[in-house]
Ligand binder design. Structure first.
Ligand code: HEC
Length: 155
C-alpha cells in the first residue's frame, strides 16, 4: 500500500505523528542506533590518528602473515615496533593541536594504552614459537581495536 492510497485522516495522523514524535526524536534516535560516544578532535589530530591507524592495520597484516609463515620472531618485532609500547609517543613532536591523546577521554586513552601493552605482551608470547598461544595473545590486541572503535567515534 503506497502512501497515496492512505485515506486522508490517516495521512493526517501519520504526518502529525512525524511532526510530534519522529522529527524531534530524530537526533536522539540516531545516537541510540550508533551508541558510540562522540569525541570531538581537531582536524589535525584526526589526520595524525588516521595515519597511525593505517600503520596499525598494515602491521596486523604483517604479523598474521609472519605467524602463518612460521616466523614468530618477525611477528614479534613488527608488533613491538609498530604497535607495542615502543610505538608510543609517535605524536610527541606534533603541534599540540595535532596530538590525538589530548582530545581523548580517560577511558579511551586507557584502551589505547592497553593496546600498546597487549602488543608488547604478544611479542613476548610469539617469541616462544607457539602459534596458537601467539594468536591468543594477538586477540588481546585486536580486542583493543574493536573496543575503541565500538565505543568512540570522531565524526
Ligand atoms: C583508542 C582508540 C582506538 C584504538 C585502540 C584503535 N583505533 Fe583505529 N581509529 C580510532 C579513531 C578515533 C579513528 C577515526 C579517526 C578519524 O578519522 O577521526 C580510527 C580509525 C581507524 C581506521 C580508519 C583509517 C582511515 O584511513 O580513515 C582504521 C583502518 C583503524 N582505525 C584501524 C585500527 C586498528 C587495526 C587498531 C588496532 C590495532 C585500531 N584502529 C585501534 C580509534 C582507535
Amino acid at each position: 500500500m503506497t502512501l497515496f492510497s492512505v485515506s486522508r485522516p490517516i495521512r493526517f495522523s501519520l504526518s502529525l505523528f512525524a511532526l510530534l514524535f519522529a522529527v524531534p526524536l530524530a537526533p536522539t534516535f540516531a545516537a541510540d542506533v550508533d551508541g558510540r560516544q562522540f569525541v570531538p578532535m581537531s582536524p589535525e589530530a584526526r589526520v595524525e590518528m588516521r595515519a597511525e591507524m593505517l600503520d596499525f592495520l598494515t602491521a596486523l597484516q604483517q604479523i598474521i602473515t609472519a605467524i602463518s609463515e612460521g616466523k614468530p620472531g618477525e611477528a614479534a618485532d613488527t608488533a613491538e615496533n609498530l604497535i607495542g609500547l615502543s610505538a608510543m609517543g609517535r605524536h610527541r613532536d606534533a603541534a599540540p593541536n595535532a596530538r590525538p591523546g589530548r582530545f581523548m577521554p580517560k577511558d579511551m586513552h586507557m584502551i589505547a594504552r592497553g593496546m600498546h601493552a597487549a602488543a608488547s605482551d604478544f611479542a613476548k608470547v610469539a617469541r616462544t614459537g607457539d602459534p596458537v598461544k601467539a594468536l591468543g595473545a594477538l586477540q588481546a590486541v585486536t580486542g583493543a581495536c574493536v573496543a575503541c572503535h565500538r565505543s568512540y567515534r570522531t565524526q
